[in-house]
Design a protein around this ligand. Structure first.
Ligand code: SF4
Length: 171
């Protein structure tokens, strides 16, 4: 039987750097070794949707978690995640192993152990200069809004998964 019955769940941009906010995209081969290991171990891959791309589009500015903590964004995250939760539930009920969820360190949406927060709002002209804007951003030890929502929805179904960060953060 060729079915590995193992599945890993990856943040969208690990498999598609075209979704990343400018200018942070890397060449896709940067992730080759990481992805290759799953394939060599006969592990299937579920690609999560990219909430920022779907809600804000390719021309979005970079954001911090504080800017996503409003009801509509959270509701949209939930809608994007329900079909994934349904698949996970179905796989687990049929004896498949979910080996883990990989997010992206520092992302306001997909960070696992670290996300970015900051006192940001309004036009760039509200701030003294670029340095004033950049200095307001800091990493905190919590999940991004999408992964936080994902974990809560899983917990409601009594599903506990291991979450890991890919360290992609640019200081
Ligand atoms: S970290 Fe998440 S929100 Fe950001 S580009 Fe990747 S998939 Fe999209």
């Amino acid at each position: 039987m060729n079915r590995g019955k193992k599945i890993v769940i990856l943040s969208h941009c690990i498999l598609n750097q075209n979704s990343v906010v400018k200018p942070y995209a890397k060449e896709q081969k940067y992730y080759f070794e990481f992805i290759k290991n799953f394939l060599l171990n006969n592990c299937g891959i579920i690609q999560l949707p990219c909430p920022e791309l779907l809600i804000l589009g390719l021309k979005r500015w970079g954001h911090v978690k504080d800017q996503f903590e409003y009801p509509y964004f959270k509701r949209e995250c939930k809608s994007l995640l329900y079909p994934i939760i349904n698949q996970i539930e179905n796989y687990i009920d049929n004896g498949y192993e979910i080996v883990g969820v990989y997010g992206v360190k520092g992302s306001p949406s997909c960070g696992i152990n670290k996300t970015c927060r900051g006192n940001w709002e309004g036009e760039a002209s509200c701030y003294k200069n670029l340095d004033d804007i950049v200095k307001r951003v800091h990493l905190v030890s919590e999940k991004g809004i999408f992964m936080e929502t994902f974990e809560k929805l899983l917990n409601k179904k009594n599903i506990e998964l291991n979450f890991y960060d890919i360290d992609d953060w640019s200081e």
